[in-house]
Design a binder for this molecule. Sequence first.
Ligand code: PAF
Length: 284
Amino acid sequence: MTKLIHVSRELEKKIGVVRAFIPTMGALHQGHLDLVDEARALVGDNGEVVVSIFVNPTQFEHSTDVSQYPRTLESDFAQCEARGVDIVFAPTVEEMYPEGMGTEEHVSVQPGPLGSVLEGADRPGHFSGVLTIVAKLLNLVQPEFTTFGEKDYQQLALISQMVQQLNFPVKVVGVQTRRESDGLAMSSRNAFLSPEQRIHAVSISRALYAAQGIEGNIDVKLSAARAVLSGEIETSYLVAMTNDLSSELDGTDDVHEGRLLFAGLLGSTRLIDNMPIVNVNSSE
Ligand code: PAF
């Protein structure tokens, strides 16, 4: 039976039990459930799977975005229960930030150089908010494993960096992006798209598939992607980076390894997606 708890002191862990943890902001979809399944596979039937549901105000730039974020605790809990989650931790803002939420009021984690490019360039302070809440949650839950979706690839890279560089005793496991049948990456934000926007949104994954599938250097791949993207989408970035996101790949390079990353606005909804660069000629 799944336990729903709201206060952190009830998170106490039984000695000898292996835990895997999935931090979420709720509005769960199949992509989150894949993270739960991976967590269960990591800890086995005798281990514990913990999901947190917390819309973290410090990672949003505008308070209206926080208040508009979907809150669906009842159905999220039902999905966790059906998936065999052991504990759902749904704290209040006061529970997580008793000192207040301004950076002058509490200690925060600063992401370093990777936090100010791509998503970080467009959303100042976002990754400090993400890393701070993830650090707090990891310390409260004390899991052996934590699973994150590759959909938020830069977030996954930054959390991996934080865990490694600040010596958190947890293994970060990335899980492949779950897609709708037409290829659109699953996201809680897709709910904000009108039926017409939903049709344009699919061009994002098609663009990345086009880049993946074409033989040629990085410039050729990115041009192939641009040709497929819907004109309704205002591109924020479309880039090819090394896998660890430490540098952008040179346009004239003919590389077979790295990551293609996209972000853009469709109406007022920001959509992101990414895919690995693959070797088109590979017979694997
Ligand atoms: O990816 C998310 O849903 C959030 O950024 C996270 C990791 C739960 C932190 O609030």
